[in-house]
Design a protein around this ligand. Structure first.
Ligand code: 5GP
Length: 193
């Protein structure tokens, strides 16, 4: 087991509805030492890529993406959830369905912060059905930027997102892949990587 899998087994809680709670160290209270280690691990995995921007989605991707951006020495940009229907032409827009809240959000990134010169590394905390990643890919592509890779902290491998993104030909790296989990027994099985 790697450093992250060990932590998930120790502190993760499996909830009904295929939700894994890791809010004690990843996306509510954050263990900063662990965040640094995650940042270094993504840098190691994407070392060959000439990344110019790290792109994520609010809210829970932001903290993690900061540590990744620090390792690459590049800015971090996050897609903001926007309620406004009058979005002007200065924004890239994508529609993203939230796995945890079951609602749809428009997410936006200003055209000031992403363009055809950019090489983007997309980062998020979880991968379930892939809606968040597809929204971020669509924003990067609207900008004419190149998606160099996608880094996920926890992929739920029994949901379709990972397959969809890999089938599109992207370099998707997940630090932990959960192959199955059981809310009643509280057990979690990881994929060998
Ligand atoms: P997707 O768009 O791939 O269906 O879902 C990914 C998004 O939903 C992530 O940004 C993450 O915030 C949230 N998410 C999906 N599954 C889980 C989960 O099991 N636990 C938590 N805490 N968040 C999740």
């Amino acid at each position: 087991m790697n450093f992250l899998e060990e932590r998930i087994v120790k502190e993760g809680v499996v909830k009904p509805g295929n939700v894994l709670k890791v809010d004690g160290f990843l996306n509510h209270q954050m263990d900063i030492g662990l965040m640094e280690e995650i940042g270094r691990e993504f840098k190691r995995r994407f070392a060959a890529k000439a990344v110019t921007k790290v792109l994520t989605i609010e809210a829970s991707g932001i903290g993690i993406a900061c540590f990744v951006a620090k390792e690459f020495g590049v800015p971090m940009v996050f897609a903001k959830k926007s309620k406004s229907i009058n979005i002007d032409g200065d924004m890239y827009v994508a529609e993203v369905e939230s796995f945890t809240h079951k609602n749809k959000n428009q997410v936006i990134v200003s055209k000031k912060f992403l363009g055809p010169q950019d090489h983007v590394l997309i980062i998020d905390d979880f991968l379930a059905n892939g809606c968040a990643l597809q929204g971020l890919i669509s924003i990067a592509e609207s900008a004419g930027a190149k998606v160099e890779g996608l880094g996920i902290v926890i992929e739920k491998g029994f949901q379709v997102g990972g397959k969809i993104i890999r089938n599109l030909g992207y370099d998707l790296q997940s630090l932990a892949i959960v192959d199955s989990m059981d809310a009643e027994k509280g057990t979690i099985q990881f994929r060998e990587q």
